[in-house]
Design a protein around this ligand. Structure first.
Ligand code: NAP
Length: 266
C-alpha cells in the first residue's frame, strides 16, 4: 500500500518510450517525483523537462542498461546514494523477440531473459525487502496477455511474461498483509515501439490495439484497488480466460498462425 503519490518517489524502468513514458506522465500528474530509467538518455531528459514543467514535480535520470548483470542492484545503489526512498517501483522495461527457432539470435534471447526476468526479479526483490521493512510501498510489474499462454515463434518472450505474472501473484499473496502491494499489469497489443523493435514492424498498426493512456490508467486503477493482476481491455481479458478452457496443445497450436513467418514470394 502506498503512503501516497504526491511528494513521494516512484521509479519507472523503460521510461524512454511507450508504456513507461505514459506511466511517468500519469504518476507525475498525481504529484509523484520520479526516477526515470532506460538507455536512451536524451529521451529521458526530454521527458523529465516535460514533467517538471507540467506538474512541478522532480525527476532524476539514471541511464542504465538493464541487460547487464546486476544492473538492478547498481541502479538501486545509485538511487540510495542520491538520498531517494522509492515508494512505487514500476518494472516496465522489456522487449520482445519474434523469430523461428532456426533464425533466433541466441544472444538476444538470453538478453531478453536478463531484462524481462532476471533484472526484474533483482529489482523487485531488493525493493520489496526495503518496503516490507518500512511497512509500505508498491510494485507494478508489466506482464502481458501472453503471460497466460505459450506462443509459437515468440516462445522466449511469452515464457518471460508468464514468469512475470506468476512471480508477481506470489509476492502479492505474500506481502499484501504487510503493507506492500504487488500488481501485474497485463496489456494486449498496445501502440508503442514494441513490435517495431521485436522483429515485426507495423504489427500494432495492422492489428487491434490499445493506446498507452488506456493501458496505464487500467494498471493504476487495479493497483489502487490492490489487485494481484489486471488484463487491459475486455477482449484481451476474455482471451486470457478462454485459454483455460481449451487444451494446452490446442492453445499453442492456435498461436502458431499469429507470428508464422511469411514465405517470401519468388
Ligand atoms: N506494446 C505491447 O503491445 C505490449 C504488450 C504487452 C506487454 N508489453 C510490455 O510493456 C513493456 C513496455 O513496452 P512498450 O510497449 O512500451 O515498448 P517500447 O516502447 O519499446 O518500450 C520499451 C522500454 O524498455 C526499455 N528497455 C528495453 N531494453 C532495455 C535495457 N536493456 N535496459 C534498459 N531499458 C530497456 C526501452 O528503453 P531504451 O531502449 O531507451 O533502453 C523502452 O523505454 C515491456 O515490458 C513489454 O514487454 C508491451
Amino acid at each position: 500500500m502506498l503512503k501516497g503519490y504526491a511528494d513521494h518517489w516512484g521509479l519507472v524502468t523503460g521510461a524512454s518510450s511507450g508504456i513507461g513514458a505514459e506511466f511517468s506522465r500519469q504518476l507525475a500528474a498525481r504529484g509523484m517525483h520520479l526516477v526515470l530509467v532506460a538507455r536512451r538518455e536524451d529521451r529521458l531528459r526530454g521527458l523529465a523537462g516535460e514533467l517538471e514543467a507540467a506538474h512541478g514535480t522532480r525527476c532524476e535520470i539514471v541511464p542504465a542498461d538493464l541487460s547487464q548483470p546486476h544492473a538492478g542492484r547498481d541502479l538501486l545503489a545509485e538511487v540510495s546514494r542520491r538520498g531517494i526512498a522509492i515508494e512505487l517501483l514500476v518494472n516496465n522495461a522489456g522487449f520482445g523477440l519474434v523469430s523461428s527457432v532456426e533464425q533466433t539470435d541466441v544472444g538476444r534471447a538470453l538478453e531478453l531473459i536478463q531484462v524481462n526476468v532476471t533484472g526484474l526479479t533483482e529489482l523487485t526483490l531488493l525493493m520489496a525487502q526495503e518496503m516490507v521493512e518500512r511497512g509500505h510501498g508498491g510494485i507494478i510489474n508489466i506482464g502481458s496477455v501472453v503471460s497466460f499462454q505459450p506462443v509459437g515463434y515468440m516462445g522466449v518472450y511469452a515464457a518471460s511474461k508468464a514468469y512475470v505474472l506468476h512471480f508477481s501473484e506470489a509476492l502479492w499473496a505474500e506481502l499484501r498483509s504487510r503493507g506492500v502491494t504487488v500488481t501485474a499489469l497485463c496489456p494486449g497489443t498496445t501502440r508503442t515501439e514494441f513490435f517495431d523493435r521485436s522483429g515485426v514492424p507495423g504489427w500494432a498498426e495492422r492489428n487491434w490495439s490499445e493506446d498507452v493512456k488506456t493501458v496505464v490508467s487500467t494498471g493504476l486503477k487495479a493497483f489502487d484497488a490492490r489487485r494481484s493482476y489486471v488484463v487491459s481491455g475486455w477482449t484481451n481479458y476474455l482471451l486470457s480466460l478462454a485459454v483455460r478452457l481449451a487444451t494446452r496443445a490446442t492453445v499453442v497450436n492456435g498461436s502458431m498462425s499469429v507470428f508464422r513467418p511469411r514465405v517470401a514470394p519468388h
